[in-house]
Design a protein around this ligand. Structure first.
Ligand SMILES: [Zn+2]
Length: 307
């Protein structure tokens, strides 16, 4: 009997599907691998079904996405992925118009905010991805107040350390949500900003900005690529090769950020620029390419990333 599919095999299947004309056969293959028990480890079932649900979501097939993510949740029951998988299902429920069920699921997960360091991400992402950033901000603020009380009571020791980590994660996540909402900085944001060392993996520079940057700082070619084509290809390639559930963070460089970079040596009185906005990837094959060239994605950076 052939050895079963590993986590890497599943991830690769899903990446191929994203670059293909029709992801449906890939969805079928992922589901068949689960149904026919062809996984290297049985606890990969939830992951395989989750990837299939992501692909179905990309096709805007709500019924399929929801039935797959529900199966993924059932498969994850009792494992450490259980809550994350449930939050992902809630996110899809909200996305495909089943608001009451989605919110109900999130309310049952809400207490995790003060118990699980990752909950600040998975619980609130379901909200922020579905136009409920204000609700996320409210939940994070109240969880943060509770977490601060827990830290105070815990004193010292491993439990207190864990409580402090949860408190930090909540503060940083709250800072991001508030920043995206355009809310003014408060005291906590100022501290959270110091804790938040997670910068983007890449900054993508639109063509004109790229040219200006390299002209002023030729040594930047080493990191950014020697030409704009190389720059685009490098980012596209890394996105295509990454686990679709854990894509590198790509920010689009803004004129503001460029000005700050170019002014860097001469003038350090320039205020910190707003961070660039996050690149949405991948675009649809026939949609305008993410690089801003105006060409269709399938004719522009999609093949560039494979070269
Ligand atoms: Zn392009």
């Amino acid at each position: 009997m052939a050895p079963g599919l590993t986590e890497d095999d599943l991830t690769e299947l899903s990446s191929e599907a994203i670059g293909s004309d029709d992801p449906r056969p890939y969805i079928d293959r992922l589901v068949a691998a689960v149904d026919e028990d062809r996984l290297a480890e049985p606890d990969l079932a939830s992951y395989a079904l989750g990837l299939a649900a992501d692909l179905a979501e990309g096709l805007h097939d709500g019924d399929l996405a929801l039935s797959l993510s529900e199966r993924s949740g059932t498969a994850a029951r009792g494992s450490r992925d259980e809550n994350w998988t449930r939050a992902r299902h809630a996110e899809l429920l909200l996305r495909f118009g089943r608001e009451d069920e989605g919110m109900q699921e999130l309310h049952t997960l809400r207490p995790q905010l003060t118990r699980d360091e990752m909950a600040s991400i998975y619980v609130t992402e379901a909200l922020t991805e579905n136009g409920r950033a204000e609700v996320a901000e409210e939940w994070l603020s109240s969880a943060l107040a509770t977490a601060a009380e827990i830290v105070e009571r815990a004193g010292s020791g491993p439990e207190a350390d864990e409580a402090r980590e949860i408190e930090s994660a909540l503060a940083v996540r709250r800072f991001h949500v508030r920043r995206d909402l355009g809310l003014p900085y408060d005291e906590v944001d100022r501290i959270a900003e110091q804790l938040d060392d997670e910068g983007p993996d890449y900054i993508f520079w639109p063509q004109a900005a790229f040219d200006r940057l390299l002209q002023a700082q030729p040594e930047a070619a080493e990191e950014l690529g020697a030409t704009w084509d190389e720059h685009r290809a490098m980012i596209e390639r890394d996105l295509q090769e990454s686990d679709p559930t854990d894509l590198p963070l790509v920010e689009v460089g803004t004129p503001d950020l460029l000005a700050a970079l170019l002014a860097d040596d001469a003038d350090d009185s320039v205020a910190a620029p707003e961070p660039g906005f996050e690149l949405e990837w991948p675009p649809g094959r026939n949609d305008p390419c993410w690089c801003g060239s105006g060409a269709k994605y399938k004719k522009c950076c999609l093949p560039r990333g494979r070269a």
